[in-house]
Design a protein around this ligand. Sequence first.
Ligand code: FE2
Length: 125
Amino acid sequence: MNQAKANDVLVATLDNLLDYAQFHFSLEEKLLLKHSYTHTEDHVRQHGCYLKEIKIYRAMIKDGVTHVDNRPITVDLWKFLKDWLVNHIKTEDMTYRDYFIRKGVISKNDDFFLPFSGDNESASG
Ligand SMILES: [Fe+2]
């Protein structure tokens, strides 16, 4: 696969990631607001930073950028995505999960991602 084709695939992948992230964050933010999570503002800000960063990578790759500081841009992108998963989902999202358990919104045995299916009543309103 040539570089231009590889960049096209990467841009399309980032578009899919952005679509899903916006869908997921929207549901998550509705839940945080609905249940008056105390750190909602900071959590929403983190989501915004994530989306902004992905859009920056997408724009650079779309413009044909392949390296940053002599490293393949995919190395930096992968590190960013991995760090996000570890730091945000495993730490920040688990913090509001614990809050939801304390408030009785979910139980310890609930599938944490069930509220994000899009058709769960707890995600509406
Ligand atoms: Fe989150």
